[in-house]
Design a protein around this ligand. Structure first.
Ligand SMILES: [Zn+2]
Length: 338
């Protein structure tokens, strides 16, 4: 076990270097998307300056706002909101914004500090206020006791709220998020009330169709096969809505700690065998090495990565919220059916 974990750590370290290089590249204006922040004004020729903290929320805001706002997404496609490190550019963006849409529920643990530092006068809009919430799961995926230092304890206790923040995994909660987004846009920009109202209504119809699609997919899977083993605990709302049981996760409610103990991994492998699931699932925002190891030890398939806390890249199967949810549903059902 130890050599495998060490290799995983090395791989992560190498990825960090790659991520740094990519960040360096991304800071070049030449490769910036068209959503670069405006210099100062609260409104521009494109309308309100609006920020969304992560890509899935950004898609929902875009669907409601249409072309009436200048939207900047802080944590983009494939980016992990749990481990995000804000940049000086983000500070400028936040400082110039009129509205900041955030998940809330302590999902964006990095936002408060940069908001204060930026001197922003923006209205912050936690979109989870309208959602039906589930309690956060108790952390049971930590290190072996002897590996715990005081520092690790305090890190693990930091940033985990009372409620599970992954509300978007239930399309009914996405509908509730759209209502919050619509009302905040109307309050900030009443001249475009009719546009925001019509866009929200049209998108809500698509979210209702999404829910029907997922229910039809899941209905083809016998109830006793609706069992999920995933990388981190992001599917509680999906499981609650569609009748799945979350058997276990390699990590806890966040991806901040990526080094479960050998004992915790062995326990998860036993749970996978006891549940007799044919496949387990990793996610688009993380290195799959840990789940590959667990799948190999348990003798099960590692399914194609699900889109969890971020959209996929443009052109991928998860480029929008609707696409990512359809992909997840069909991937889960087809891999558990075998
Ligand atoms: Zn998460």
């Amino acid at each position: 076990m130890l050599p495998i974990l060490s290799r995983y750590t090395v791989t992560l370290a190498m990825l960090s270097v790659v991520a740094l290089l990519m960040t360096a590249c991304a800071s070049q204006p030449a490769v910036q998307p068209t959503t670069a922040p405006p210099e100062s004004a609260t409104t521009t020729a494109q309308g309100l300056s609006v920020v969304a903290t992560y890509s899935i929320l950004g898609d929902l805001v875009q669907q409601v706002a249409g072309d009436s706002v200048a939207l900047t997404v802080l944590v983009g496609a494939e980016g992990d909101p749990h481990t995000y490190q804000p940049t000086p550019r983000d500070s400028a963006t936040i400082g110039a914004a009129t509205l900041i849409f955030e998940n809330g529920l302590e999902f964006e643990s990095w936002l408060d500090d940069i908001f204060v530092a930026s001197g922003s006068q923006a209205t912050r809009v936690p979109v989870s206020t309208g959602a039906t919430l589930l309690a956060a799961t108790k952390e049971e995926h930590g290190h072996d006791e002897e590996e715990h230092s005081e520092e690790e304890h305090s890190e693990e206790e930091h940033g985990h709220g009372e409620f599970d923040p992954h509300i978007w995994q239930d399309p009914l909660n996405a509908q509730a998020m759209v209502v919050v987004i619509r009302d905040a846009l109307i309050a900030a920009d009443p001249d475009n009330r009719a546009t925001y109202t019509a866009n929200a209504a049209a998108y809500t119809t698509e979210l209702q169709a999404l829910d029907s699609f997922i229910r039809e997919q899941v209905a083809t899977l016998p109830a006793e096969r609706r069992k999920l083993v995933t990388n981190h605990d992001t599917f509680a709302y999906f499981a609650n809505r569609y009748g799945f049981e979350v058997i276990g996760t390699a990590l806890g409610s966040s991806t901040e700690s990526t080094d479960p103990s050998a004992g915790a991994i062995s326990e998860l492998v036993e749970q996978i065998r006891a549940a007799a699931v044919p496949a387990i699932f990793t996610e688009n925002t993380v290195n799959p090495a840990l789940m590959e190891t667990i799948a190999r030890e348990a003798g099960v398939t590692l399914a194609p990565a699900l889109f969890t806390d971020a959209l996929g890249a443009p052109g991928s199967s998860g480029a929008t919220y609707l696409e990512m949810m359809r992909f997840n549903a069909t991937t889960i059902v087809s891999n558990l059916a075998e």
